[in-house]
Design a protein around this ligand. Structure first.
Ligand SMILES: NC(=O)c1ccc[n+]([C@@H]2O[C@H](COP(=O)([O-])OP(=O)(O)OC[C@H]3O[C@@H](n4cnc5c(N)ncnc54)[C@H](O)[C@@H]3O)[C@@H](O)[C@H]2O)c1
Length: 433
C-alpha cells in the first residue's frame, strides 16, 4: 500500500530538504527542484546559502542558469536556519565524512547535522543519509538519535540510506543517468525513498537494508582504490624493468572481456577514494576482521608522490641540475581532470615534496586560482611560451583538457608527464612516469 508520504512525493506535493549543499547536495537539490518539488537547502555556510538565494552556483557541474531559474520560479531556496525542517516532508543529508588524523571515521558532521535537525523534526518525515560511511551507521548512529527524541523509525519517521555516486567533471553521466542505490529501514521507507529519487533519476536500485547500501558504496570506492594501486604498482614495476606501462595498459585494454583499464598517476586524490576505504577498514577491525587489500592499496597509492618526486630529481640530475634551486612548473593541481577540487590532491603532495628538497615551484591550473603549500600561498600563473620555456622542468600532474599539449611540448626543455597526457607527441625531453 502506498503511504501518505509516498503519495505526496509522487503527486509533487512533498516539500524536500537537502542538508549540506556541497558537491553532492547542490546537484541533488537542483534535480529535485527541477522535478517539480519545492526544495529548501540547508547549510551552515552562509556564503553558499546566499549564493543560491541570489541564483548563483558555486559548483562547476551545476550551471548558474539552472539555479537562477529554479530560485526565480520559487522551486528552490536555501537557509542556514534549521527551523525550516518542520515544514519539510523529506530530508536528505549530504554533509562531509572525512577522516580524523588517526585515519578513523569522523562522523562529527553527520552527527552535528542530525542534532541540528532533531528539535525540528516531526512524525511523517523521510530522512535519507547520503554521506559515504561505514556499514551500520544508519542503524547504529542515526536511529538511536531519532529515538532519543521520541521519534520511532518505522512508526513516526521513515529512514533510508542512499549513497551518492556523483562523478564531478563527467559529462557523460549526470545525476539523472547515474543509477541510485537505496536501502530503507522498512518497506515503507524504501518505497518513499524510491519515489523521491524516481522523480529525478532514471534507474533506482533497491537493496534490502541501509547496511547493504552503505557497503555498496564502500565496495565501489575500494574497487577503485585497489585497482588504481595495481596500476600504480605496475607503473613503478615497469619503470624498474624499462617497459612503458602506458603501452602495456593500452594493449591489454584491447581484450574485449575480463579486463578493465585503470591508469597510474601521481597518487590517489579526491574526497572519496583515498578516504572511504578507511571507513571500511575501521569498521571491519572493530568487528575483529583484518582487511588486507585496502591497507596494501593505501600504502602503494601513498608512495606514488614520492616516486614522482624522485623521478623529477633523477631527470634533472641527468641534465646536470640539482633539484635544489631548480624551477619547476607544475601543470594542474586539482585531483583530477577538469575539476576545481584540490581535496587530497596528490599534486599537492608531489609539489610539497619538491619544495622540501629546495625546488622553486610554480603552478598553472585553469580551475584553481590559489593553493597553500608548506604555509605559503601560491597563485596559478598564466601559461605562455616564456613561462613554459623558463622552467627547468615542466611537470604535468593533472591532465586538464584545456592544456595546449603541442605548445607545451614544444616550449618545455624538460617535460615530465604523470598522466600520459602527451601520448603521441614524441621528444627526448618528454619523460612519462
Ligand atoms: N564530492 C564527491 O564527488 C562525492 C561523491 C560521492 C560521495 N560523496 C560523499 O558525499 C558527502 C558530501 O560530500 P561533498 O563532496 O558534497 O562535501 P562538501 O564539503 O562539498 O559539502 C558538504 C556541505 O555540508 C555543509 N555542512 C557541514 N556541516 C553541516 C551541518 N552540520 N549542517 C548543514 N550543513 C553542513 C558544508 O558547509 C558543505 O557545504 C561525503 O560523505 C562524501 O564522501 C562525495
Amino acid at each position: 500500500m502506498t503511504s501518505e508520504l509516498e503519495q505526496k512525493i509522487v503527486d509533487g506535493k512533498a516539500r524536500a530538504g537537502v542538508v549540506g549543499l556541497g558537491y553532492v547536495g547542490l546537484p541533488l537539490a537542483v534535480e529535485l527542484a527541477a522535478s517539480g518539488l519545492h526544495v529548501t537547502g540547508i547549510d551552515v555556510a552562509r556564503a553558499k546559502v546566499d549564493a543560491i538565494n541570489a541564483g548563483r552556483s558555486y559548483i562547476l557541474d551545476v550551471p548558474g542558469e539552472r539555479v537562477r531559474e529554479l530560485v526565480h520560479q520559487g522551486q528552490l531556496d536555501a537557509t542556514t536556519d534549521f527551523a525550516a525542517v518542520s515544514g519539510l516532508d523529506t530530508i536528505n543529508i549530504c554533509v562531509p565524512t572525512p577522516l580524523r588524523k588517526t585515519r578513523e571515521p569522523d562522523l562529527s558532521y553527520v552527527i552535528g547535522a542530525i542534532d541540528s535537525l532533531l528539535p525540528h523534526m516531526r512524525p511523517g518525515q523521510l530522512l535519507v543519509l547520503e554521506s559515504t560511511t561505514y556499514p551500520g551507521t544508519t542503524d547504529e548512529v542515526v536511529l538511536p538519535r531519532l529515538r532519543s527524541v521520541g521519534l520511532e523509525p518505522g512508526r513516526d519517521v521513515e529512514v533510508a540510506f542512499s549513497p551518492e555516486r556523483t562523478d564531478p567533471g563527467n559529462k557523460l553521466f549526470d545525476t539523472r543517468r547515474i543509477p541510485k542505490v537505496v536501502g530503507g529501514c522498512t518497506p515503507v521507507a524504501s518505497s518513499a525513498a524510491r519515489a523521491l529519487y524516481g522523480r529525478c533519476i532514471d534507474h533506482v536500485v533497491m537493496v534490502s537494508s541501509p547496511r547493504v547500501a552503505e557497503m555498496v558504496k564502500l565496495l565501489e570506492n575500494t574497487f577503485r582504490s585497489v585497482n588504481i594501486a595495481l596500476a600504480n604498482e605496475m607503473a613503478m614495476m615497469c619503470d624498474h624493468l624499462g617497459i612503458d606501462v602506458w603501452e602495456v595498459i593500452d594493449a591489454a585494454a584491447t581484450k574485449p572481456f575480463g579486463f578493465m583499464p585503470f591508469y597510474p598517476g601521481p597518487g590517489l586524490g579526491g574526497h572519496c577514494i583515498p578516504v572511504d576505504p578507511h571507513y571500511l577498514t575501521w569498521k571491519a577491525r572493530a568487528e575483529g576482521f583484518e582487511p588486507r587489500f585496502i591497507e596494501l592499496a593505501g600504502q602503494i597509492n601513498a608512495a606514488k608522490p614520492q616516486f614522482v618526486a624522485g623521478k623529477v630529481m633523477d631527470a634533472l640530475n641527468d641534465r646536470r641540475k640539482a633539484l635544489r634551486g631548480a624551477t619547476i612548473l607544475a601543470l594542474g593541481v586539482a585531483y583530477k581532470r577538469d575539476v576545481d577540487d584540490v581535496r587530497e590532491s596528490p599534486a599537492l603532495d608531489v609539489m610539497s615534496l619538491l619544495i622540501d628538497k629546495g625546488a622553486e615551484i610554480s603552478f598553472s591550473d585553469p580551475f584553481v586560482a590559489e593553493v597553500e603549500l608548506r604555509g605559503k600561498k601560491l597563485k596559478s600563473v598564466a601559461l605562455d611560451e616564456r613561462v613554459i620555456a623558463g622552467a627547468d622542468a615542466v611537470l604535468l600532474l593533472t591532465d586538464h583538457t584545456s592544456f595546449d599539449r603541442p605548445a607545451i611540448a614544444a616550449a618545455a626543455s624538460l617535460l615530465i608527464d604523470t598522466r600520459n597526457a602527451f601520448k603521441g607527441i614524441a621528444g627526448d625531453h618528454i619523460l612519462r612516469v
